[in-house]
Design a protein around this ligand. Structure first.
Ligand code: SF4
Length: 725
């Protein structure tokens, strides 16, 4: 067959790399980065280059499955599957109320344009307060800060990496992620360009990671202490009067509450807690504050600590006070072509209800994922008795995943929309598999809001789904229809009549660059057709200053010092005098996570080519700790917490701070009950770090899981090493 080229956006992660796929109509011959993609300009990572392996994975499910009484699975047709799901879910709602149905939307949901368009309507028709997602595992602090300061959980300022001259990075590894909550494909080049422009990149992290190789300076900082470091920066900025608000000051309320806020956080005290020398704090604060174009950016490591919410708030406060905000080179807002928050009025999105068992507050319609298992396991009114999951594997990804693993078989009913039978979906009664990543049309509804420049691109499906398959949005629409039959709310006609593609066209036409928004520029304005015709996508330019029109707070101003943050500081101030974990026993460590370029949480592990090579699921510790405990490289050790223990090979490296252990997330695949032949091979499976993370350890301000900085102990293990096949 004749070879053809297909251009699309990679929908595996946040980076949105443009792909050039050579195929013969049935099989993929090669995948390269699209040189003409306006955002990624040819960059690609190993996952994107192997996206077709997900499509051709022999373990991928293609027909609805029903679990029989003997635990075996049988294929059934779609209508029968929908009828079972509709009847069983509605039966639970009738008997126990709407809250008895839980909903978990996994990470790939946000990369699926069709499901994203309909997920909100599905939630509305279910009417349950028990909605969960991975947001509260690792990124809730960003949304929380954006909501309280700028009026909407998606109003997140993005580092203008392409124009900055001084970038300070906390708890992030952009070279492994290609930017997270900062979609920046080809981030290696972007960071190097800062240095080529004569600028500097500074990194703080308890581990020297892949990104450390391209920065000017890497400094170790103790896990869970970033908040002290940021307060130290604020202290110096206020003391030295390095504030430079300019016109921004007219758009801020609460500035007076910041006065003397960080007065106690003198560099000497901060250095003692964080492990970062005092002179480094002083020098870097001065360089950053006085730079013409500078930005602070923090990500995963900063979000998953006990004070993640305060950290992201303080980062934004510091960027604002120093004038590194809403101007080129600082932290800026995007202007996406389809802006799902555009012209929205402020609406309350926090503490509208609480979780039943622990009383944890809702945020943006979701409860903290750490509460999901207890809501299933604890009897009483409102107990979750049925669960709907979409594209997720919380048994491996949520804190104390073992507890969830115990809860799932106790449910009355579970349905999973997923292409794999994994450690979570194996507990379902029905699995509804949508088509593969290459069989769907794609538009990044969310990540265009978080990218380092404004762009627009639409991807047509490369292959048609096999006969008898249904798109995600068609599955969602069928479920909505059934759930709506007993809902107290009327289903929206918009979602019944229009396809996601038509909804997108409407959004683009009426968006900031749309034909309907600029009738005088009808010929130059955007429409879906124009975007599709562009093939490689259209650049909408660098980030633009957007204050004040972007602000969606009730008074239209930046709310710089909300009490929700100020009250959260009390604990930090108390611990300034006596910080916990300052002295640990000789076998105790502070746990941090790890991400690798070839991993995407738990769901790319069934791709053989990505699993090749050295075992990546290891416990990294410093040589000093290894010597003290008499460990040798590759020795199996037992890492324990009050939650559980795991056996894992040790990796001795001076790239980690003494007293810290790093274990990657997403591993721990199990043979039993799953259909993941590659992921579950001995040597590939690894162990789940979430067998030892504590579901009770949360950021008290936001409710995000506090994976980082948990105390664990390490002893030598007596179990044998599983051999790779
Ligand atoms: S970085 Fe992300 S978007 Fe880019 S190719 Fe890799 S997986 Fe795809």
């Amino acid at each position: 067959m004749k070879l053809q080229k297909h251009y699309r956006v990679c929908n595996l992660c946040e980076a949105m790399c443009g792909l050039e796929i050579v195929h013969d109509g049935q099989t993929v011959q090669s995948v390269k980065g699209d040189q003409n993609d306006p955002l990624s300009k040819g960059s690609i990572c190993p996952k994107g280059a192997l996206i077709h392996e997900l499509h051709s994975d022999p373990n991928r499910l293609k027909r609805p499955l029903r679990k029989k009484g003997d635990g075996e699975w049988e294929e059934i047709d779609w209508q029968a599957a929908f009828d079972i799901v509709g009847n069983r879910i509605n039966q639970v709602r009738r008997e126990y109320g709407d809250n008895a149905v839980g909903l978990y939307l996994g990470n790939p949901t946000v990369h699926n344009f069709g499901m994203m368009m309909l997920a909100g309507e599905m939630k509305r028709m279910l009417g349950s307060r028990n909605s969960f997602s991975p947001t509260s595992m690792d990124q809730l602090p960003h949304h929380f800060m954006a909501y309280y300061m700028f009026g909407h959980s998606l109003n997140i300022p993005i580092p203008d990496i392409d124009r900055t001259e001084y970038m300070v990075i906390f708890g992030a590894n952009p070279l492994a992620s290609n930017g997270s909550l900062m979609s920046a494909p080809g981030v290696h080049g972007r960071l190097m360009d800062i240095r080529k422009r004569g600028g500097k990149v500074i990194q703080f992290d308890p581990r020297e990671n892949e990104t450390s190789r391209v920065v000017d300076e890497h400094h170790f900082v103790k896990p869970n202490t970033d908040v002290y470091f940021l307060l130290g920066i604020l202290h110096l900025i206020q003391k030295e009067n390095w504030t430079a608000l300019g016109n921004l000051g007219n758009h801020i309320t609460g500035l007076d509450k910041l006065k003397d806020l960080a007065i106690e956080f003198i560099p000497e005290r901060v250095a003692k807690i964080t492990g970062v020398p005092e002179d480094v704090l002083r020098r870097i604060t001065k360089e950053y504050a006085l730079a013409d174009k500078a930005v602070l950016y923090g990500r995963m490591g900063m979000s998953t600590q006990e004070h993640g919410g305060l950290c992201h708030w303080l980062s934004a406060v510091i960027n604002i006070l120093t004038g590194h905000f809403d101007k080129p080179g600082g932290a800026m807002f995007t202007t996406p072509a389809f802006d799902i928050k555009r012209k929205k009025k402020f609406h309350k999105a926090h503490k509208r209800w609480q979780s039943r068992v622990r009383g944890l507050p809702e945020f943006d319609g979701e409860l903290p994922v750490s509460a999901m298992a207890e809501e299933m396991l604890t009897p009483g009114k409102g107990q979750i008795r049925a669960l709907i999951t979409n594209a997720g594997n919380p048994v491996l990804s949520s804190p104390n995943g073992k507890r969830l693993e115990q809860a799932l078989p106790k449910l009355d009913f579970m349905v999973a929309v997923d292409i794999f039978m994994n450690e979570t979906t194996r507990h379902a009664d029905i699995i509804l598999p949508p088509p593969s990543h290459l069989e769907i049309e794609h538009y990044d509804l969310i990540f265009n809001l978080l990218a380092v420049s404004d762009n627009v691109k639409f991807s047509e499906p490369l292959f048609q789904p096999e006969k008898g398959q249904m798109y995600d949005w068609q599955i969602a629409r069928e479920l909505i229809k059934r759930f709506a039959s007993i809902s107290r709310k009327q289903p929206s006609k918009l979602y019944q009549w229009l396809t996601p593609r038509q909804l997108l066209n409407l959004g683009l036409l009426t968006g900031p660059y749309g034909k309907l928004s600029h009738p005088k520029r009808w010929f130059s304005g955007l429409s879906l057709k124009k975007v599709i015709d562009s093939t490689h996508g259209i650049s909408l330019g660098p980030l633009k200053p957007r204050i004040p029109e972007v602000l969606l707070t009730a008074d239209g101003k930046i709310n710089i010092a909300d009490d929700v943050f100020l009250n959260g500081l009390d604990k930090v101030k108390t611990e300034l005098s006596e910080h916990p974990y300052q002295s640990l026993d000789r076998d105790q460590f502070l746990l941090i996570g790890r991400r690798h370029l070839r991993n995407n949480n738990s769901w790319m592990h069934n791709t053989a080519a990505l699993m090749k090579g050295k075992n990546r699921c290891t416990a990294m510790i410093h040589p000093d700790n290894a010597e003290r405990l008499q460990f040798v490289d590759d020795q199996r050790v037992t890492v324990s917490s009050q939650t559980g223990s795991i056996d894992i090979p040790v990796e001795i490296t001076n790239k980690i701070m003494p007293g810290v252990v790093s274990i990657p997330h997403g591993f721990g695949h199990k043979k039993e009950g799953t259909r993941l032949d590659v992921a579950t091979k001995p040597g590939n499976a690894g162990v789940s770090v979430n067998d030892i993370t504590d579901h009770n350890r949360l950021d008290p301000v936001t409710g995000n899981a506090a994976f980082s900085g948990q105390v664990v102990s390490i002893k030598s293990s007596t179990t044998a090493t599983p051999k790779a096949e």
